[in-house]
Ligand binder design. Sequence first.
Ligand SMILES: Cc1ncc(COP(=O)(O)O)c(C=O)c1O
Length: 270
Amino acid sequence: CLQYGATEGAAQLAQVLKQVTRTRIGGADPGDLIVTTGSQQGFELLLRILLEPGDGVVIERPCYPAAIQALRLAHAELLEIPGDAQGMDTDALEALLLEGARPKLLYLVPSFANPTGATLPLVRRRHLLALAVRYQFIVIEDDPYGQLRFSGQAEPPLLQVAQEIEGARDWLVYLSSLSKIVAPGLRIGWMCGPSEILRRAVIAKQTGDLCTAPWMQMVAAQYLQAGHLEAHLPHIIATYRERCAIMLSSLREAFGDRLSLIAPEGGMFI
Ligand SMILES: Cc1ncc(COP(=O)(O)O)c(C=O)c1O
């Protein structure tokens, strides 16, 4: 692990990340997977291989700032769809598509979004994927926070919902990361999606960093294989639940009725 490694990631880590993803999507097959240097790199690779300057990309308003920054650098045309307490308004998205918009990509954080904390309900998840298949745009599901649920009912990731919608797997790329559940300093993320997209992402990654640090990949693989994540998750979920409760009560105490807010069911944002 002090040598260069395979650009698509160490087989040992890829295998265990597949297992992590399989568990996350209710036991379904996650398909092909590559390791990335954080999920941020996965997103940037997708923009590099899929976008031409001026291509339309749908995002939710408000959106994770580093995603906007990457999209601006790629000279994307940002098509902003308003969000509410339940995340992206898919009816507004459909209206935009009916008006003739033809985005190439759609980016969203369906579970405990950054910065809103909102989670997309199952009906909107199905609606979104049906629109992606009908209008042929690629959905990038960014899922770094999904495992940090501390209340309410779990919603299946789009990667899971896509199993029941014909053709949806062809239009979906799933990104996740160890940053929010283990440690951001590891810089370990991963991407699941159609094999042709992953193949091109690997070629682009080769010119970016050759490979994700093999040393850190081995640290991550050993950590996950030893079962430490399963033991760690309940601990951090309890911590975030407690921090959220403190933050909510402090905000209510400080601002009273002058502030309206929605209590999130997980993640790091209100
Ligand atoms: C929504 C979202 N996506 C991606 C990232 C970056 O993750 P990584 O550390 O895996 O690159 C973050 C980090 O804050 C985030 O909030």
